[in-house]
Design a protein around this ligand. Structure first.
Ligand code: 0O2
Length: 224
């Protein structure tokens, strides 16, 4: 198990690192929980790979540009639980956090986002738990993206378990914006943060207008 994980959790729960047996058991359970999320990510990315392969053969264009994924880092898990006033326990991780397993799908056009979301959620083994449409309702800072919390069944040796995965779907341009904004958010000592936020908001507006116009052109030349 990563040292970072140990330190983040132990620091949050005030357990000295040499508590031996208790720690070893906790570490093992945490590792098992992360394995479950990792398997759920594999299931979702496999579905996306299949769709992507099918689209590239059966249609003249594939709405899926890129698929990325990540397991939330132990430090971020601990911080999010702490921020939300939740106990730093494995139970809280699995019952209260929706985004430990995250998959991000990058598309070229806005319409592609809804196409991919529909293709995924119309599969009968996927349960759609929640949708946040930050494209129709952008955040005040300019953030745009389509978020879904889904549950996907994972078949283990002794049981079938539904596992939550956050799926974020956005255009290339929205992704470009979100990566820089994310870095600004987590960077300490950003000079003139208000000015940077205002400039990023302007970029988000320009990007939204560009995404819309790109889609209009694609529709006009009939490639969507
Ligand atoms: P990281 O580092 O990506 O993991 P909920 O999970 O529904 O209880 P939450 O977390 O506010 O509440 O949900 P939401 O709004 O769907 O946001 C979840 C994730 O979306 C974030 O995870 C980011 O990845 C992304 N996101 C949301 N808002 C913004 C934003 O304003 N800017 C950027 N760049 N990304 C955003 P984390 O845990 O914040 O970060």
């Amino acid at each position: 198990m990563e040292r970072e994980l140990r330190q983040a959790f132990l620091a949050q729960v005030n357990i000295p690192e040499d508590t031996g047996k208790i720690f070893a058991e906790f570490a093992h359970q945490f590792e098992e929980l992360m394995m479950i999320y990792q398997c759920a990510i594999q299931e979702v990315t496999t579905k996306l790979d299949v769709l992507s392969h099918e689209m590239s053969v059966r249609r003249n264009r594939n709405p899926i540009e890129t698929v990325k994924y990540r397991i939330k880092k132990p430090k971020s898990i601990a911080e999010k639980l702490h921020r939300n006033g939740l106990p730093i326990t494995l139970e809280a991780v699995s019952t209260k956090l929706n985004d430990v397993a995250g998959v991000r799908v990058i598309c070229s056009f806005i319409d592609d986002i809804y196409t991919v979301a529909n293709m995924l959620t119309s599969q009968d083994d996927i349960r759609l738990l929640a949708v946040k449409d930050y494209i129709k309702n952008p955040k005040e800072n300019g953030y745009r993206s389509y978020h879904m919390i889904i549950e996907i069944p994972v078949f283990f040796s002794d049981k079938k378990q539904y596992v939550k995965v956050e799926v974020q779907i956005r255009t290339i341009a929205m992704d470009f914006w979100a990566s820089l904004e994310h870095q600004v958010k987590y960077k300490k000592d950003v000079p003139n943060p208000e000015e940077i936020q205002a400039r990023l908001k302007k970029c988000a507006d320009v990007i939204a207008a560009t995404d819309n116009e790109m889609q209009n052109i694609a529709q006009y030349i009939d490639i969507l």
